[in-house]
Design a protein around this ligand. Structure first.
Ligand code: ZN
Length: 174
């Protein structure tokens, strides 16, 4: 089973992922969670939500590094910030989701409004998609976009809160 949790920044994707992993842990499932090593905003050994929830995770550089942590007794895999992983994540998830439950969270769009990394592919092969919205910081409507507040040529700057705002489609400008 594969569920993909997507949306813009500040939508609460990591929070939803942590919620699912914690539920699985209450059911005594064996869980391994990953995040890309480039994201060290709050902690390199935890998935962290903006609201302060955390779940123990392994920071890895690429998909291959994830395979090295997969053992036969694992029931559930969680992956946060999936948009930053290399394209091999698609095959990794496709193969393992035949046997175990995988929850993936990530940005579906970058701040230019373009589909981000392997997320479009992951969304297409998912059994379940949960798309969540933030609140537009300009008008209060549902926000599906991430507005960059500082000039940069990077696809997404790592360092969340001060560089981005959640925006609705109307208030967002690429
Ligand atoms: Zn708005």
């Amino acid at each position: 089973m594969l569920e993909v949790i997507c949306g813009g920044m500040f939508a609460g994707k990591s929070e939803q992922l942590i919620h699912r992993l914690k539920r699985a842990s209450y059911a005594n499932k064996k869980i391994v969670a990953f995040k890309p090593a480039i994201d060290n905003r709050y902690s390199v050994e935890e998935i962290a939500s903006h609201s302060g929830q955390t779940f123990r995770s392994i920071a890895v550089k690429n998909t291959f590094d994830m395979t090295e942590h997969i053992t036969n007794d694992i029931d559930v895999i969680g992956i946060d910030e999936a948009q930053f992983f290399d394209p091999f994540i698609v095959e990794f998830v496709e193969i393992l989701s035949k046997k175990i439950d995988i929850y993936v969270a990530g940005l579906d769009l970058d701040s230019a409004g373009k589909p981000f990394g392997s997320m479009p592919h992951l969304l297409a092969i998912a059994d379940k998609v949960t798309k969540i919205s933030a609140v537009c910081m300009k008008c209060g409507a549902d926000a599906t976009r991430s507005q960059r507040l500082v000039a940069s040529t990077e696809q997404v700057l790592v360092g969340a809160k001060d560089s981005y705002e959640a925006r609705c489609r109307k208030c967002w400008t690429p």
